[in-house]
Write a protein that binds this ligand. Sequence first.
Ligand SMILES: NC(=O)c1ccc[n+]([C@@H]2O[C@H](COP(=O)([O-])OP(=O)(O)OC[C@H]3O[C@@H](n4cnc5c(N)ncnc54)[C@H](O)[C@@H]3O)[C@@H](O)[C@H]2O)c1
Length: 443
Amino acid sequence: MTIMMISFLIQSSALGLGAVVCPRVLKARSSVERLQVACIGVNGMGWADLSSVGSHSQVQFVGFCDIDSSRFGQADQKFPGVAHFADYREMLTQLGDKVDAVIVSTPDHMHAPAAMMAMNMGKHIYCQKPLAHTVWESRQMSLLAQKRNLTTQMGNQIHSAAEYRLGVKIIHQGVIGKVREVHSWVGVQGRQYNNRIDRPEASVAPKNVEWDLWLGAAPERPFAPDVYHPFKWRDWQDFGSGALGDFGCHLLDPVFGALELTAPTSVVAAHSGTNNEVWPGPETVTYTFPGTKRTAGSSLQVHWRDGGLMPPRELAQMPDSMELPKAGSLFLGEEGVMVLPHVGMPMLFRNKQSIKDVALPNVQAGNHWHDWVDAVMEGKKTTDGFDFAGPISEAVQLGNVAARFPGQALGWDTLSLKISGVESANRLLTKTYRAGFEVKEVV
Ligand SMILES: NC(=O)c1ccc[n+]([C@@H]2O[C@H](COP(=O)([O-])OP(=O)(O)OC[C@H]3O[C@@H](n4cnc5c(N)ncnc54)[C@H](O)[C@@H]3O)[C@@H](O)[C@H]2O)c1
């Protein structure tokens, strides 16, 4: 990866540009009427992704992969006869050119190994949020998608919700003036699905679970019931990404979109303590971004809070009778405030009054999954491709590096992908991969 490549990627992202994706699929099959899709992770969010993509009339599934053989039921019932696999590497190798596009809906630690393999084979990707498990992986995902000219979409579907789109337009229309500061918050916290901070006793995986494949790139550890697979992997640093990783790519999406943010220049986290195993309880993460044409000054602070921590209510300039939503973002502008609930209609305030004298733009919701399919079929770019989503995922995972050094400000140089201030934090920008699941650097 060269500085020039990174610089180009960042500039493209900042300008909302990016390569126009050539219709690879259409070219490859002259009379193509179907997009042949393989799915990695078919239950949990994988089912939501699969059924939503599968409701597009031009989609045909050619492979279902899940490490747990008990979890194919819904997928098989709705889309019978699709070949099953436990190992995505076998699926992609065996199906080869039969696959045009891949959905990756595994736990976070396996997004990049699976998606990068598929992208290296020229497959278009729909990948769940956060795009990847580390800052370095997030960068590689964006670089590879751009290098291979692929049509990609991160699976933060509310990017396409009318409420979030409207929030972005309101800022772009200048209704609250230039933005001075942002606060985003969510109720959940990093460690909440297991009531534990240390590893459980070893147990034997049930026959239906391919534990070694579930671990994938992560360091080896024994199976234990009801603490990792399914869903509860979120709490653990080796597999999940904390509350910031779980919700940051949702909540910060309209913040990046509205303010055209690129990469922060520094980040600092605060919480009551954690260890090397699990993510912290309630935390705050404060980012400083370079100012943009949408912001009031030469820099902008974005304050993240989770686990029930809320911004001071007075900042919202709401009438006394109103409360902040349980999750959302607060855009403090020079001429008013926008409260953007997660996910709800934007509310505008000034001096404890609702701002009423504005004509709000008419905004339609998109179908995040179908928009990706259409873009692949038409050789176009999506609005939430890895050029846009990669920097959000990088910021989120940079916050998770800061969480391991609470109270210490980390300076961030996005071009060289380096932290200053706390040298040892650089090690956490990436991780070590178990053999067979490595992610190759894009050169
Ligand atoms: N966009 C959203 O609103 C949303 C909501 C929930 C989860 N997610 C994201 O979706 C992803 C999955 O989360 P979840 O809650 O569904 O997790 P989960 O553990 O409940 O489900 C994951 C599924 O993938 C399978 N799987 C695990 N490792 C695999 C591998 N290596 N290869 C193939 N299959 C594998 C599991 O057996 C399971 O069926 C995560 O990245 C999460 O952040 C997004």
